[in-house]
Write a protein that binds this ligand. Structure first.
Ligand code: F6P
Length: 327
C-alpha cells in the first residue's frame, strides 16, 4: 500500500447514473477502512476549479446507497477543457493536499482525467458510471442495468396501450452512440424491431418488416430505436412510414431523462460497491491512469490508453437472438 497517498479526492462527472451514490459510498468507506482521508469534490471538474471540496466521513455517505442521481452533483465542464481551468483545479487540489483522484463518470470524464494526469501526474483511477454501457474494458457500467430495467417497464406499459388501440409505436431510448440499452430493452420488452447504430439496418428493411405484418393483420407493434440510430430518429422514422402507408396508426414516445433517474437495481448497487472498493485498493497499490472494470464477473484494470482507443463491442449473442425473435 502506498504511504504517499493520504488524501483521496472523489467526484462524479458527466451524465448522472443510478448507482453513482453507491460507488461514492464504497470509495469513502474503503478509503476510511484503509485509514485515509476522503474528500468529495462537488459538481465534477467545475467544483475542482472552484475549490468546492468537502471532507467526507463514513456517516456522511449513510443512506445514499439506494438513491438515484449523485449527492456530489455532476456537470459537464467546458473550463476544464482549457489549460487554465486545469491549472486552477490542480492548485485547489494542492491546497487541500489531495494526493489521488477517483472519478465516477463516462468517457468524457475519463478523457479529462487522462489529460490532467499527463499534465500533473496526480494518481488517478476512473470508475465507469454511465447508463450507456459504452465503455470498453468493462462488461457493464454502473447505471446501465437500472436504466435498461426502466426502459423495459416503460415498454411494457406502452405495449398495453398499443395493443388496446392496435397502434404502431416508435420508442426512443438513450445510449448516445451505443445500442446496448436499445438492444437489451428491446429483447426484454418483446420489440418487433430494434434499431441500433452498430447494425446496418436500412429504412427499407425496417419498412418491409413492418408491412409484412399486414398479411397477418398485425397493426400493433413496438419499434425500439436507439437515440444514435443511423437511419433517423423516431419522429423521422414514423413520418417516413406514414408517408408510404396509411395502414398503421402511429405514435412516438421518447423516454428521455426518466431513464437516468430512480433507485439503482440490486445489480448496480453491488457493481458500484465492488468497483468503489477496487478503485481505492487499486490507487493505494499504485495503479494509475486506469479504469476499473468488470470482465466475466472479475474486477480488472485497464489503462486509459487501451480504453479510449477501443469501442465497447455490441453483445453479438444478444444481436443474434434479437434477429431470431423479431421475425
Ligand atoms: O451519457 C448519458 C446520456 O444520458 C446519454 O444517453 C444521452 O445521450 C446524454 O447523456 C444526454 O445528456 P444530457 O443529460 O446532458 O442531455
Amino acid at each position: 500500500m502506498k504511504d504517499s497517498i493520504q488524501k483521496i479526492g472523489v467526484f462524479t462527472s458527466g451524465g448522472d447514473a443510478p448507482g453513482m451514490n453507491a460507488a461514492l459510498r464504497a470509495v469513502v468507506r474503503a478509503g476510511i477502512y484503509y485509514k485515509k482521508e476522503v474528500f468529495g469534490i462537488m459538481r465534477g471538474y467545475e467544483g475542482m476549479i472552484d475549490g468546492d471540496i468537502v471532507k467526507l466521513g463514513a456517516r456522511s455517505v449513510g443512506n445514499i446507497l439506494q438513491r438515484g442521481g449523485t449527492i456530489l452533483k455532476s456537470a459537464r465542464s467546458m473550463e476544464f477543457k482549457t489549460p487554465e481551468g486545469r491549472k486552477k483545479a490542480y492548485d485547489n487540489l494542492r491546497k487541500e493536499k489531495i494526493d489521488a483522484l477517483i472519478a465516477i463518470g463516462g468517457d468524457g470524464t475519463f478523457t479529462g482525467l487522462h489529460k490532467f494526469y499527463e499534465e500533473f501526474k496526480i494518481p488517478s483511477i476512473c470508475i465507469p458510471g454511465t447508463i450507456d454501457n459504452d465503455i470498453a474494458g468493462t462488461d457493464y457500467t454502473i447505471g446501465y442495468d437500472t436504466a435498461t430495467n426502466t426502459c423495459v417497464e416503460a415498454i411494457d406499459r406502452i405495449r398495453d396501450t398499443a395493443l388496446s388501440h392496435s397502434r404502431l409505436f416508435f420508442i426512443e431510448v438513450m445510449g448516445r452512440n451505443s445500442g446496448y440499452i436499445a438492444l437489451h430493452s428491446g429483447i426484454a420488452g418483446g420489440a418487433g424491431s430494434i434499431i441500433i447504430p452498430e447494425e446496418d439496418t436500412t429504412f427499407e428493411q425496417l419498412y418491409e418488416k413492418l408491412v409484412a405484418g399486414e398479411v397477418t393483420s398485425k397493426k400493433s407493434n413496438l419499434v425500439v430505436v436507439a437515440e444514435g440510430s443511423k437511419i433517423g430518429g423516431v419522429t423521422e422514422l414514423a413520418r417516413k412510414v406514414a408517408e408510404r402507408t396509411s395502414y398503421f396508426d402511429i405514435k412516438v414516445t421518447i423516454l428521455g431523462h426518466l431513464q437516468r433517474g430512480g433507485a439503482p437495481s440490486y445489480f448496480d448497487r453491488v457493481l458500484a460497491s465492488k468497483m468503489g472498493v477496487a478503485a481505492v485498493e487499486g490507487v493505494l497499490e499504485g495503479k494509475n491512469d486506469a479504469m476499473v472494470g468488470i470482465r466475466d464477473n472479475k474486477i480488472v484494470f485497464n489503462s486509459f490508453d487501451t480504453i479510449m482507443t477501443q469501442h465497447h463491442e455490441i453483445d453479438a449473442e444478444a444481436l443474434r437472438i434479437a434477429k431470431i425473435l423479431t421475425i
